[in-house]
Write a new protein. Sequence first.
Length: 408
Amino acid sequence: SARGRWRRPGASWAFGERVGTGMPSLVLATLCALGHSLPPPLSLRAPPLASIAGRRSLASIAGGRGSLVRACAAVETATGTGGRMATAVSADGSISAKAVVTTPLVAEATRLQGLGMLAAAALGRALTCTLLVADGLKDEETFQVTFNGDGPLRGVMATANGKLESRGYVGNPAVTLPPTGAGKLDVGGGVGKGSLQVVRQKHLPGADLPSQYSSITEIRTGEIPEDINYFLLESEQRQGALAAGVFVSPVAAGGAAEGREESGELQPPAADAPPSAGVRVDAGGGWYVQLLPFAAEESIVRLEENIAKLASRSPTSLVREGLGPREIVDLLLDGLEPVFADDKPVAGLAESCPCSEARVLRTMALIPREELEEMLTSNEVIEARCEFCGTLYRSTPEELREKLEARE
């Protein structure tokens, strides 16, 4: 039956991105993103906690003394800068559908974290998927995925909450791999084999704080949407289909795109293109459809027909055609009379990142005393950068010592 087909692990969709070059990481300091809780496997990349900016006082950098300086370049201050999400239910209550456009969000992550093309594709898929799954949660509840694979990306982590705030990062942002046989970016090869850890924070009735639940499953493909959809099917018995993609282009130092458009697909640059070439995010987005309890058989059949029609149109191709979230949902629920429940903005990375001076100090306080003293007596400006939003915190040793002593 159609319902039986939906129970198969293969009932998920993901579409590859075109291949290109990468760019080196901009990260100077903290792995832990200034206090963010991340699984240990991603610490393989761990850079030193503090880096030296040269023999300059904080005054020469920020124009005066005071607390740790937050120097975040080009941070968006408006809300809802990451994209847009639309949700609907079929008229008979059999199927829910969501679609999201995340082009601004993925572009912001790529810029702030200095991601290469492969890393941008992997992180963009993960961010898009977590947003689709987290939509509908309470504001403080979260859905987090961590791909602990043995591939050269060295881990991919993304998390989102019910307010459609998200963040994430890749262990190795500058990695490049040969394209797949289909000419796509090899996200699966970049992730590799290993485990997928899923962490949910749920707010239970009567509880003051959310409770955390963690599950671990095997990475099936490393393509990200398939693995997350398989987890939802096997661990949470949520029958559905999940698709996500990112379309990226290599950009030369002068700002021009390397490559050309042919029949709507990017012609990749030469294999020996420099890894320092920039990255332009042309499109990012995805969709998620889920069978609701007691779904009608005829509705399931119609949904499968609609998805089959989209087999040759990836989420990014739909976005590049100019379709918004509502139009994509209309395609998914064609003939099922969609009733729209929501159409809301997605938060940008910088506007929703919880990094702060207090988190910097908490992280600094965890450094072994001998290492911390060596840092404080170096007479060098100390810098710490948030791995998620790129915010740079600077302080002189004297100011940092005063702050740490005030905490004790």
